[in-house]
Design a protein around this ligand. Structure first.
Ligand code: FES
Length: 125
């Protein structure tokens, strides 16, 4: 299967859109992205796992999550990647968006996948 066919297949059947090359994201850091009018935060963990969330903190709506502090913790015996909001330090799971240290709304998350160095994100509906 050619790369072009694979990309077209991904875009059409899974509703994923290309966002950037994986090497454009620094390990252990986040970047802000404006995609179709939506402000997003992309993260690359030190373990080279990629996540996409809203750039808006769900607690205050401040557009700060791309500057959040990456970390990890253990939930029910399983290691999970987290991001702490840079303002008030509420901690969110990067896989589900659930807030782990406060009774706060979840951080919206979007599925990501990497294919041959290209990052794809589930399209925002
Ligand atoms: S602004 Fe994000 S936790 Fe307060």
């Amino acid at each position: 299967m050619s790369t072009q066919f694979a990309e077209e297949t991904l875009e059409e059947t899974l509703s994923f859109a290309p966002v950037c090359r994986s090497e454009e994201l620094e390990p252990g850091w986040g970047e802000a992205l404006l995609l179709e009018g939506a402000q997003l935060a992309l993260f690359r963990t030190d373990a080279d796992t990629f996540y996409a969330t809203s750039h808006h903190c769900p607690t205050s709506s401040a557009k700060v999550m791309a500057r959040g502090i990456l970390g990890d913790t253990v939930v029910e015996g399983q290691a999970v990647a987290t991001v702490a909001c840079p303002l008030h330090k509420e901690v969110y799971r990067l896989d589900t968006g659930a807030c782990l240290n406060a009774d706060s709304p979840a951080l919206p998350v979007h599925k990501m996948m990497e294919v041959e160095g290209q990052l794809w994100m589930e399209q925002i509906k």
